[in-house]
Write a protein that binds this ligand. Structure first.
Ligand code: ATP
Ligand code: MG
Length: 720
């Protein structure tokens, strides 16, 4: 007979030993009372709503560590959603330090898009896709829409393909399929809506044929997969016990729907956000999801974090005043700092944009002389085009800098060409990719030949590559049609090239294959000659050099990818069929990774992290969630911030103010806000002047004693 008391004692000793994990308690060290409460809360749904720099992200990461160390929840049962891939990588790295390296492999910490892609890869056939499906980046999406519009004889000057493509995406983000959308159209609908509906119908069909999904499709298809397949849904419910979402204020309708579906009856969801930092409304983000969360999830514990750990008080005073002008806030939050008053915020009133960039660069140089590292400095602006003056001046002064998002490495023509070759090698149905490179570099495959191929593909309802194969089979048959034979003659060289590429892909490592691919397709030579003709062959960022950067990028991916970052190495078992469980093709994983990293996260060389000591240049949108000791908010000007297009609607104006608030709250030690009185834009000099946000800020302090800012005028004579 078992001695129960002994058994119980052993059990409780075991539990004590587990609970007393000394590392668990260390997770709570240094947290303030509200942070402590959130991190160590019992397992339940939670909403943390708090202002900038109050430690929301830190709490979220600590909570994951607590779940693992204190509640002994396996990392594979946790899903953490971040706003960017970079934030996800940082989160995994921080967690590895807190709870050990194993977390890197099994924790799902990623953006909504990457998480949905992982699920779709694991359950492709259940979601109506063929394993190996490719992702349509924005550029390819627009070129596909343009091609379809041309086929449909729709005027692409009157209706811009990029607008139609983004209208289609908007519908998807609201969960509306082409058929449902067409039912919403009436005779009275505006023309562009009618055109969107027409194109959407065909676009949906062609994407299916080409076995490719665009960004919003990743979400919509996953939502449909979970909605329509109870078994898969319940499998996820059993797997994802704890779900945590950062930057929740910027989730859109379809992401919220996904969240509701992925969370099972026994799962717990923790969301953290700041309604004052909702800056993606223009892209469909809906801050009211924060309110909805309280209603839709049961027994939600609300936690407020009040203390800011990032900035000095004067910076926070300015932030509080700026955001105080918004009337539609969920709740008023006044940021209170922890690091003393600090220096006054310096406003630089500059004569023109040249003076502005010189003044900013000069201050950066003297900060550096006084011992500040370049990497602790950021220049933030409303729009990418504003970086140019700063780039030139920094270059002149030999100040190193990195630009994030500006030059869009993965959107350069030469890179897109290389990627298109890779795409057709993983997905033969991807006609959009094929059409991009069938004649790049030129192989004398003109529009007539392409039309001939398309006719066969349409008749046989197959992809262009399959059409070429049919042609090939035909010319080797007995009864050869002359026209078809001459068509085949034109494309034979391309067919052979594809065969060679396929063989190389199987026999070489990914980077060696890519290098070989650029050589045998002729892309290296083509772009080298182009650079030479344009006199750019010696430039650091020549097209040829960019292709070289692509190879370096692939090498870096290879060395980092002990485990594929996006594919599901530990996919929930059972319903995924054997095909889907196969180890993923590294080329496919690489393609998925680069397509999902948004350009705002990359520097001009296509890298996400910079180990070098360099000043950071990026848009205010891209700076969300980040912090720097010294921040220069430049071009804080009329018609720029708020943007000219947003100034007339209260809703957009409020969002622009939140953007200014995000910018201001990135600074830890010192903040500079600069603007120009005159700006030369597109060859014309325009009178500009301070942003209305700056005017209302300064007005607020008029006649007051304790003013947190100081204004400095910089004349053009100061520098020229
Ligand atoms: P944002 O709204 O910009 O996303 P956040 O609320 O997520 O900001 P964090 O980035 O988590 O804030 O924290 C801001 C800074 O404060 C970080 O440097 C973080 O390490 C630090 N911090 C947070 N909590 C504490 C604490 N209890 N003690 C010391 N530093 C802290
Ligand atoms: Mg954060």
């Amino acid at each position: 007979m078992q001695d129960n008391s002994l058994y119980d004692m052993e059990n409780s000793l075991l539990e004590d030993a587990l609970d007393a994990d000394p590392q668990a308690d260390r997770i709570l060290e240094g947290l303030n009372e509200s942070q402590h409460e959130a991190v160590s809360s019992e397992l339940r749904n939670m909403l943390i709503i708090a202002g900038a720099g109050t430690g929301k992200t830190r709490v979220l990461v600590s909570r994951i560590a607590w779940l693992i160390k204190h509640f002994h929840i396996a990392p594979r049962n946790i899903m953490a959603v971040t706003f960017t891939n970079k934030a996800a990588t940082e989160m995994r790295e921080r967690l590895a330090l807190m709870v050990g390296n194993s977390v890197q492999m099994s924790l799902w910490a990623n953006t909504f898009h990457s998480i949905c892609l992982r699920l779709l890869r694991a359950y492709a056939s259940y979601a109506g896709l063929i394993p190996g499906f490719t992702i349509l980046d924005t550029d390819s999406q627009v070129s596909l829409v343009k091609r379809l519009m041309k086929d449909m004889n729709i005027d692409t000057k009157e209706f811009k393909p990029s607008d139609i493509a983004s209208n289609i995406s908007k519908q998807k983000e609201n969960g509306i399929r082409a058929l449902a959308f067409s039912k919403m159209i009436s005779a009275k609908s505006p023309d562009y809506v009618k055109v969107t509906s027409q194109v959407y119908n065909v676009y949906e069909r062609v994407c299916n044929q080409e076995n490719s999904v665009d960004f919003s499709e990743l979400l919509l298809r996953t939502v449909e997969l979970l909605e329509n397949n109870q078994e898969i849904r319940e499998l996820q419910h059993r797997r994802f016990k704890e779900i945590l979402v950062d930057e929740f204020q910027d989730t859109n309708a379809i992401q919220y729907r996904f969240l509701r579906l992925i969370a099972g009856p026994d799962s717990h969801v923790l969301v953290v956000g700041d309604d004052d930092q909702s800056i993606y409304g223009w892209r469909g983000a809906d801050v009211s999801n924060m309110r909805k969360f309280l209603k839709d999830f049961s027994n939600v514990k609300e936690v407020l974090l009040a203390l800011n750990y990032r900035s000095t008080q004067k910076i926070l005073d300015v932030a509080n005043t700026i955001i105080g002008f918004n009337s539609d806030r969920l709740m008023e939050k006044v940021l209170k700092g922890n690091f003393g008053e600090g220096e006054k915020v310096r406003i630089l009133n500059c004569a023109n944009n040249k003076t502005e960039s010189s003044a900013v660069s000069e201050r950066i140089a003297s900060l550096h002389e006084s011992g500040v590292a370049y990497r602790d400095i950021a220049i933030l602006y409303r729009n990418n085009y504003l970086s140019l003056d700063f780039e030139q001046t920094l270059l002149r002064k030999h100040i190193p800098f990195v630009i994030y998002g500006g030059q869009k490495f993965f959107e350069r023509a030469e890179i897109l060409d290389a990627i298109a070759y890779m795409r057709i090698l993983v997905n033969e149905d991807d006609d959009t990719a094929l059409l991009r490179i069938i004649n790049t570099p030129s192989r004398k495959i003109g529009p007539k030949v392409v039309d001939g191929l398309r006719t066969i593909a349409n008749e046989r309802n197959c992809s262009l590559i399959k059409a070429m194969r049919l042609l090939e089979a035909h010319v080797h048959s007995d009864n050869v049609d002359k026209t078809l034979a001459s068509l085949y003659k034109k494309v034979a060289v391309f067919c052979d090239l594809l065969k060679v590429l396929k063989e190389k892909k199987e026999s070489l490592s990914l980077s060696a294959f890519a290098d070989e691919m650029l050589r045998i397709t002729g892309l290296y030579q083509f772009y080298q000659e182009k650079d030479f003709k344009e006199g750019k062959d010696n430039e650091e960022h020549s097209r040829y050099a960019n292709l070289g950067m692509l190879i370096s990028n692939i090498k870096e991916f290879e060395s980092n990818s002990t485990a594929p970052a996006v594919s599901d190495e530990s996919a929930p078992e059972s319903t995924a069929d054997s095909d889907e469980k196969k180890e993923e093709d590294p080329l496919l994983t690489y393609l998925s990774n680069i397509t999902l990293v948004s350009t705002g996260e990359l520097n001009e060389d296509g890298e996400t992290a910079s180990g070098t000591d360099a000043v950071n240049l990026m848009t205010m949108h891209s700076s969300k969630g980040l912090e720097f000791k010294y921040v220069f908010l430049v071009g804080f000007e009329k018609d720029i911030l708020p943007s000219r297009m947003c100034a007339f609607s209260d809703k957009s104006l409020a969002e622009e103010r939140r953007l200014a608030y995000v910018g201001v709250t990135r600074a830890k030690t010192a903040l500079y806000i600069s603007y120009s009185q005159n700006r030369s834009l597109f060859g014309k000099v325009e009178a500009t002047g301070a942003s209305s946000f700056l005017r209302e800020l300064v007005r607020e302090y008029k006649g007051k004693h304790d003013v947190p800012l100081t204004i400095e005028s910089i004349s053009s004579a100061s520098y020229y």
